[in-house]
Design a protein around this ligand. Structure first.
Ligand code: UDP
Length: 483
């Protein structure tokens, strides 16, 4: 039993992957800013990316700390040092990685015994944390890290299987028993081989089950963005306890927090800001495909040529793990011709710092939910180029529901982080970039809707905004539970 005034202590246990850890740290900061004691659980090679940030938060007065537990790579059949989804070397290692997560149960329970937290916020990929928390009489909150719309699509397809009767990959079908006329093609849906299929179905079953048996679900979104789907998720799909507390990236308010979020950028933030300062408002396209996906040289060549012929200024972030030098994909003379017009950032860009700059006028994104929501929060129209995971669902939200983006035209779900084929040609890149950044009527409509949504997003996290109030209500309910 805790007294009313005693400080709430919350454990945060993210999946080891930038796209899951980054928003979870933002959530911990939001809780800490409300006077909660927060402990983030991670592993030795993951902590290096954000320990300095947490130190800075501590110095600024937030009660936030880190606990490290070892990652059993070798025991799990993973290469040594493979502590994050971001460094998985091949598709056949995904399942061992996911299976390895079960091995955290024992050290996790030891941490609960040691610190006696009041609540655990844990990633969807750690469904066993619900039982572990129950064992100690504390609630577990689920964090998926994606949009409500996407959660609804996944659950809807599991329940009603509208895709099953569709014979060809290219035939358009509409989701049944679902709000709105949402169109998909079978080629855009996740495909797995027989062996991994059953393991992932089982994992999905456990996740669904714990969504219902946990204390509730925290969502990195804001109610006004997807109200119809928030209600569908609550009422029709039975996820009655959900709290909308995002966009969580907006918790990073100063240059240093934005520049070092997730990982230290490979470009000096001042150089980047100076470059942007020299550009006209809304004139630069930001091109990035998240923390995992990368392209082969053939696809990079198409992007380079398409960007050049669009004649638009751009910042282009390129993952270089599979590339030795940019000579492999940049057309001859590209750097000289585009000096001052195009800025290439290799590996890690200070994304939210860039998106928030007034010179940025559009974002070509792979539709990972963090990037999508960061673009929305910055009031930007999007070019959508989904690749895998649930990214096609987020594309549909942007292009069919919010109508703040247009597609680059990829229609094929990739089974691996590096698609084998060229998905979007030079001409397609040129066309979509020219359209989004141009002065046509449709582009103006996209921009105006995007600007309005960006303003609503910012209001949601301000005092008395919907997300601010949902977090207040969640913390109050946790207090009552722990009293
Ligand atoms: N990110 C970044 N710099 C980069 C690439 C990614 O800051 O160069 C951040 C981005 O802001 C986002 C996260 O990494 O918060 C990526 O998450 P997302 O859901 O967009 O995609 P994923 O990487 O999981 O595919």
């Amino acid at each position: 039993m805790k007294s009313e005034s005693s400080q709430l202590h919350v454990f945060f246990f993210p999946l080891m992957a930038h796209g899951h850890t980054i928003p979870m740290i933002d959530i911990a900061k939001l809780f800490a800013a409300r006077g909660t004691k927060c402990t983030i659980i991670t592993t030795p090679l993951n902590v290096v990316h954000f320990e300095d940030n947490i130190d800075r938060d501590k110095k600024s007065g937030l009660d936030i700390g880190i606990e490290i537990i070892p990652f059993p790579c070798v025991e799990a059949g993973l290469p040594e040092g493979c502590e994050s989804l971001n460094c998985i070397p091949s598709p056949d290692m995904i399942l061992p990685f996911v299976n390895a997560l079960e091995r955290f149960r024992e050290p996790f329970e030891r941490l609960i015994e040691m610190h006696c937290p009041d609540c655990v916020v844990a990633d969807m990929f750690l469904p066993w944390t619900t039982d572990a928390a129950k064992k100690y009489g504390i609630p577990r909150l689920v964090f998926h890290g994606t949009s409500t719309f996407s959660l609804c699509v996944v659950e809807n397809m599991l329940r009603y299987t509208p895709q099953v009767n569709v014979t060809s990959d290219s035939e358009v079908f509409v989701l049944s028993n679902f709000p709105g006329q949402i169109e998909f093609k079978k080629s855009q849906l996740r495909k797995r081989d027989g062996n991994t299929q059953s393991a992932f179905i089982e994992l999905r079953r456990k996740m669904s089950e714990t969504e219902l048996t946990s204390f509730g679900i925290v969502i990195n979104s804001f109610y006004e963005l997807e109200p119809v789907y928030a209600e569908y998720y609550r009422k029709d799909l039975g996820r009655s306890k959900t709290w909308y507390i995002g966009p969580v990236s907006l918790s990073n308010r100063n240059v240093i927090d934005k520049a070092h979020r997730g990982k230290k950028a490979t470009i000096d933030e001042h150089h980047c800001l100076n470059w942007l300062d020299s550009k006209k408002p809304k004139s630069v396209l930001y091109v990035s495909f998240g923390s995992i996906s990368r392209f082969n040289t053939a696809q990079l060549v198409e992007i380079a040529m398409g960007l050049e012929s669009s004649n638009v200024s751009f910042i282009w972030v390129i993952r270089m793990e599979n590339i030795k030098s940019e000579d492999q994909f940049l057309p001859e003379g590209f750097n000289e011709r585009l000096e001052g017009k195009g800025l290439i950032i290799k590996d890690w860009a200070p994304q939210v710092l860039i998106l928030d700059h007034p010179a940025i006028g559009g974002f070509m994104t792979h539709c990972g939910w963090n990037s999508t929501l960061e673009g929305i929060s910055a009031g930007l129209p999007l070019i959508t180029w989904p690749l895998f995971a649930e990214q096609f669902n987020n594309e549909k939200l942007v292009t069919q529901v919010l109508k703040t983006g247009i597609t680059a035209g990829n229609e094929v779900w990739s089974p691996w982080i590096e698609p084998e084929k060229v998905l979007v040609t030079k001409d397609m890149v040129e066309e979509v970039v020219t359209q989004l950044m141009g002065t046509g009527e449709e582009a103006e409509h996209l921009r105006s809707r995007a600007r309005d949504l960006g303003e609503t997003a910012k209001k949601a996290v301000e005092e008395d905004g919907t997300s601010y109030n949902d977090l207040t209500s969640l913390i109050e309910q946790l207090r009552v539970y722990s009293a």
